[in-house]
Design a protein around this ligand. Structure first.
Ligand code: SAH
Length: 354
């Protein structure tokens, strides 16, 4: 049993069942035992790999898309260049390298990383040691200024709550104790005003998910972008309107029961893009677009060909596989979706359409 499982069993034994959101928060960010607080989980030897860790092309193309959006909006100076949940800092490093020659971009950018994990902040410091960076614990702390922002696989790490529809309202899925072990249970049914709009498209027995922290982050982004300009690019797995249980645990690149090893497995849930759009008060948003389509529109194939010219043997094979992995519909190309938010007076960033 993990140390966090022991502490959760004691806590639930003393004060009763907890929500899935409370469980996820402890599993991911508990100061002593939380998954992200205690480790660097990325890469082949870790638990999962993300797009920026697969190829430098990902961060480069996102950098050029954001820089073009900045130019299209008249190159506001200064502006906040922000990333939410930057992991190892790889995407930001590739983004900054690729935009070095965009006139004025680096001089105007105030780079802000929103990161909760002290371990990963250290890692980001190493990756980005030649740049001046400000770290924030929350999107609420970002400056009140034009904001150009990227969030890749950030929203899926935010804690969700789960509700099962019942004749008498909604029953919340909770983590409880059965025979002294962590187990899922349902609360007594109650009406939930926030879920009234789901009464039309669900039936008794259906499960829906909500993510209050995602709403708060989107509101923080929206107030800055609507007031001062900018654009926010969100890339994640998920869909337009969530339905069904999407909570999943990954350990050593294998999926497992989310209750099996709290604190030792990554926990995520699919992102509800409709909920993000609803929370982005006053902003326009593009169509939700498959990652593969987005990267092709930004020119990943010519970039891949240019990089391939200097590669041979195993390195060339790995590069070709990485291009495929990012874009092919059977790999990350369709599962991952992209959406951009921007002010109603500006056009969509490159690669995405309204
Ligand atoms: N974007 C990176 C990492 C994705 S993993 C990549 O693509 O490789 C999720 C990241 O979000 C980690 O850096 C994690 O520590 C951070 N994170 C998770 N929950 C957070 C929260 N509530 N606030 C800030 N950062 C958070």
């Amino acid at each position: 049993m993990t140390p966090l499982a022991e502490s959760l069993i004691r806590r639930i034994g003393a004060t009763g069942p907890i929500t899935i959101a409370e469980y996820m928060t402890d599993c991911l960010l508990h100061p002593e035992h939380g998954y992200y607080s205690t480790r660097d989980p990325f890469g082949a030897g870790g638990d999962f790999t993300t797009a920026p860790e697969i190829s430098q092309m990902f961060g480069e193309l996102i950098g050029l898309a954001l820089a073009q959006a900045w130019l299209d909006q008249g190159a506001p100076t200064p502006f906040t260049l922000a990333e939410l949940g930057p992991g190892r800092g790889t995407l930001m490093a590739d983004l900054l390298r690729a935009t070095r020659d965009v006139p004025g971009f680096h001089a105007a950018a105030r780079v802000h990383l929103v990161e909760a994990s002290p371990t990963l902040r250290e890692r980001q410091k190493q990756t980005l040691e030649t740049y001046e960076i400000t770290w924030c614990g929350s999107a609420d702390n970002l400056p009140d200024a034009p904001l150009f922002l990227i969030a890749n696989e950030f929203f899926d790490a935010l804690p969700i709550r789960q509700f099962v529809r019942d004749e008498g309202g909604w029953r919340e899925r909770q983590v409880a104790l059965i025979d002294g072990q962590l187990a899922l249970a349902l609360s007594t049914p109650a009406p939930i005003a926030e879920l009234d709009h789901r009464l039309g498209d669900t039936r008794p027995g259906d499960l829906v998910e909500t993510c209050a922290p995602a709403r708060a982050v989107m509101q923080a982004i929206a107030s800055r972008v609507a007031g001062h300009g900018g654009a926010a690019l969100v890339i994640d797995y998920g869909d337009w309107r969530s339905l069904g249980d999407t909570l999943q645990a990954l350990r050593g690149h294998q999926s497992e029961n989310p209750l099996a090893s709290p604190g030792d497995a990554d926990l995520t849930a699919h992102v509800d893009f409709e909920a993000l759009a609803k929370a982005a008060t006053g902003l326009a948003h593009t169509a939700m677009t498959p990652q593969g389509v987005f990267l092709e529109r930004l020119g990943i194939t010519p970039r891949a060909q240019a990089l391939a010219r200097n590669l041979q043997g195993k390195a060339l094979e790995a590069h070709i596989a990485a291009h495929r992995r990012l874009t092919h519909p059977d790999e990350m190309g369709s599962l991952f979706k992209t959406i951009a938010f921007h002010s109603t007076e500006t056009s969509a960033p490159p690669g995405l359409q309204g």
